[in-house]
Design a protein around this ligand. Structure first.
Ligand code: C5P
Length: 229
């Protein structure tokens, strides 16, 4: 059994107290992955941006708003986890300055200066310790396999799940799973739950089953010794 961290849903980057930038992500893929991992007997922690769905009740859910908050929560939780599945669509840009009061209309164009937010998968990919693994997602519209392979290397992922824009806000998905060498190990089509179940089986086979089994230190004690009878 593994403890799996899943990032899910969009994040928001506020411009002022009422307006924000975000991504069109429903959190459905993250929720399906959580259900798939739980059904294989794994422990699951989900870090989710604002979504309109319920995660499986047996998952521990940490709610966040911004990409920076998701990163802080993910780094903390990852310390106790065996692996990360980065299924979130964090907002990649934030305004350099957040207005404290609602920006009033002036009739003139509003210029926004945007800066990049941190990349959660890349940060944890860089920080992972021996035995920990990271699975990323890549949503591409063109040169899909090439771009996914570049992300896989750049973010130090152990597997990457490649999907297209039809995945956004949809009930279904069509994905390829690429391994560290960029080889397609699986092509899965179907509902997000069907795809999530197959992704978790691939993670079990390619990553979790590859870990050395925990060492039993010292001689095994009998029940009577354990309870000091
Ligand atoms: O946005 P991009 O296509 O680079 O996303 C690829 C992977 O990186 C996904 O797994 C996504 O969850 C992750 N990501 C992230 N933090 C970001 C942007 C993307 O973890 N700021």
């Amino acid at each position: 059994m593994a403890h799996i961290l899943i990032t899910s849903g969009p994040t928001r980057q506020y411009l002022d107290p009422v307006r924000y930038l975000t991504n069109a992500s429903s959190g459905r893929m993250g929720s399906a992955l959580a259900a798939a991992a739980l059904s294989l007997g794994h422990e699951v922690t989900v870090i989710s941006g604002p979504v309109n769905l319920d995660y499986p009740s047996r998952a521990r859910v940490i709610q966040v708003i911004s990409t920076e908050e998701m990163l802080v929560a993910a780094r903390l939780a990852f310390a106790d986890c065996d692996g990360l599945i980065g299924a979130a669509a964090p907002c990649d840009y934030r305004p350099q300055r957040v207005a404290q009061e609602k920006i009033a209309k002036t009739g003139e164009p509003l210029r926004l200066h945007l800066v990049e937010t941190p990349d959660i998968v890349a940060t944890l990919g860089k920080e992972k310790r021996d035995g920990q693994w990271v699975v990323g997602f890549a949503l591409e519209t063109n040169d899909a396999r090439f771009r996914a392979t570049v992300k896989l290397e750049k973010k130090r992922c152990d597997l990457i799940v490649l999907n297209g824009p039809a995945a956004m806000n949809s009930m279904d998905n069509d994905v390829e799973i690429l391994d560290r060498r960029g080889q397609v190990v699986e092509h899965i089509v179907g509902t997000k739950q069907h795809v999530a179940d197959a992704i978790l089986r691939a993670i079990d086979r390619c990553l979790i089953a590859q870990q050395p089994s925990p060492q039993i230190s010292g001689p095994q004690r009998s029940d009577s010794q354990q309870f000091d009878l």
